[in-house]
Design a protein around this ligand. Structure first.
Ligand code: BGC
Length: 383
C-alpha cells in the first residue's frame, strides 16, 4: 500500500485515499470470488494497472499484452491483464471490474472504439486516467492519451508493398523506371468498420492506389472500391475468405486472373490465400501479390513460401513501452511525451498521441527486421 501511494503520490491528493479505499473494499468484496475472466496479476508492490486487450485469437494482441504486462511489472506495478475474445460486453465488464478493483490507470485496446463511453465515464469519476492502446477510443472525452503507429502510413506501406510486388514501385513508393504498364487486376480488403484504425489504413492505401485505378493501371473487376464494401467486421479471416470466394466466382470465372489483393491484416490475408487456393491458384503459377499486417508467425512463414508477398511490422514491444511510459508519467503527475496533437480526433476531442513508425517486411528482409530485432527467432520462422 505504501509503495502504491508512492507511485500515485503526485496525482490529485484524494486519488491516493480513494484508490487505497477502493482496493481495500474490493479486496474484501472480492475475497472468495473466483477470478473472472482469467485475470493475471503480477507480484509488483506498485499500484494496480488495468490492461484490456481485444482478443487472443490474433497473435499480435498476445505479444502486446505480454509486453505491456512485463514492462509494467518491471516498473513495480501490479497488472490486471484481460482479453475479451472480441466480445464487446465482456470488455466493458472487464474494465468495470478493473475500476472496482482500484486500478490507478487503464490501458485499453478496444474492440469497438465507440462502445466504451459509459464505462470510461465511471473511470473518470474515479479519477482514473485512460490510455487508448493502438486503437483510438471514440466518442468519449475521457481518453487522456493515445499510443499507436502512424496508421495512415501503415496503409500507404500496404499499398506500396502491393505495387512493389507488381514491379511498379520501390517499397517506399518511388516509381520504377521501365515498370510494366499493366493493367493489373486488384481486389481490395479493409479492416473492421468499428475500429478507427481500419479507416486510416484504408485511406492511406487508397491515397496510393486511387490514382492508378483512375489511370487504368489497376483494375478492380468486382467494382468494390468503397470502404463499406471492402470492410471485414472484427477483422475476421473467414469472412474475408468467403468474400474473396464470392469475388472470384462473380468476376474471375472467365479465366482472367486476379494479380493482387490489398489486405490490411495477416489474418485476412490467410483467408484470402485459402480462397485462392480453393479456386485453383498455385504459388509459382500467376499467384497474386498479397499484402498484410502484424508479422504474425504463420504469415511470416507464408512470406517465406511465397504465398504472401509482404506484411507490415509494428513492434509491439515499442508500443508497450510508449503506453507504459505514458501511464508512469501520468501517475507521477508528469506530462507524457507525445508527437502528434492533430490527427486523432475521436469525435469529441483530439487525443494527444505518440505515433511509432512501422516497417514493410518482404522475403528479403525477414531476418534483418524480425530476427535481428529479436521479435521472432530463426527457428520460429522456419519451424
Ligand atoms: C491493429 C492492427 C491489427 C488489426 C486486427 C488493428 O487495430 O492496428 O495491427 O492487424 O487491428 O487485429
Amino acid at each position: 500500500m505504501t509503495t502504491m501511494s508512492m507511485k500515485g503520490n503526485t496525482v490529485k491528493g484524494n486519488k491516493i485515499l480513494l484508490t487505497a479505499a477502493a482496493v481495500a473494499v474490493s479486496a474484501l468484496a472480492l475475497s472468495g470470488c473466483s477470478n473472472a475472466g482469467g485475470s493475471s496479476s503480477g507480484d509488483g508492490d506498485g499500484g494496480l494497472i488495468g490492461v484490456a486487450m481485444p482478443t487472443k485469437s490474433s497473435e499480435r494482441w498476445i505479444q502486446d499484452g505480454n509486453a505491456v504486462k512485463e514492462q509494467l511489472e518491471d516498473e513495480g506495478f501490479t497488472v490486471d491483464l484481460q482479453y475479451a475474445e472480441d466480445d464487446i460486453p465482456t470488455q466493458v465488464s472487464q474494465i468495470e471490474n478493473m475500476i472496482t478493483k482500484g486500478a490507478e490507470a487503464l490501458i485499453i485496446a478496444s474492440i469497438d472504439g465507440t462502445t466504451l463511453s459509459e464505462v470510461l465515464q465511471n473511470a473518470a469519476d474515479a479519477d482514473i486516467p485512460v490510455i487508448a492502446y493502438d486503437r483510438l477510443i471514440r466518442d468519449s472525452e475521457n481518453v487522456d492519451y493515445y499510443a499507436s503507429f502512424d496508421n495512415f502510413v501503415v496503409g500507404q506501406q500496404q499499398a506500396w508493398s502491393v505495387l512493389n510486388g507488381l514491379g511498379l514501385t520501390e517499397l517506399d513508393g518511388t516509381p520504377i523506371d521501365g515498370a510494366p504498364a499493366g493493367p493489373f487486376n486488384i481486389e481490395l480488403f479493409a479492416g473492421s468498420p468499428d475500429d478507427n484504425n481500419a479507416t486510416f489504413f484504408w485511406n492511406g492505401a487508397m491515397d496510393v492506389l486511387e490514382p492508378l485505378i483512375d489511370d487504368g493501371t489497376l483494375v478492380v473487376k468486382s467494382g468494390q472500391t468503397d470502404f463499406q464494401q471492402a470492410a471485414t467486421l472484427r477483422w475476421d479471416g473467414e469472412a474475408a475468405q468467403s468474400r474473396m470466394e464470392d469475388i472470384l466466382t462473380a468476376n474471375y470465372s472467365d479465366g482472367t486472373k486476379v494479380n493482387a489483393v490489398l489486405s490490411p491484416y495477416d489474418g485476412i490475408s490467410r483467408g484470402i490465400i485459402s480462397a485462392l487456393t480453393d479456386a485453383g491458384y498455385a504459388v509459382g503459377a500467376e499467384w497474386p501479390i498479397i499484402s498484410g499486417q502484424d508479422a504474425e508467425l504463420d504469415s511470416v512463414k507464408a512470406i517465406n513460401s511465397g504465398e504472401q508477398y509482404a506484411t507490415i511490422f509494428k513492434d509491439t514491444r515499442k508500443l508497450a513501452e510508449v503506453a507504459v511510459k505514458m501511464a508512469t508519467a501520468l501517475l507521477n503527475g508528469e506530462e507524457p511525451e507525445v508527437n502528434n496533437t492533430e490527427d486523432y480526433d475521436n469525435g469529441v476531442k483530439v487525443v494527444p498521441s505518440y505515433l511509432l513508425e512501422s516497417q514493410i517486411v518482404v522475403k528479403d528482409n525477414i531476418t534483418e527486421v524480425l530476427v535481428d530485432s529479436g521479435y521472432w527467432t530463426e527457428d520460429e520462422i522456419k519451424g
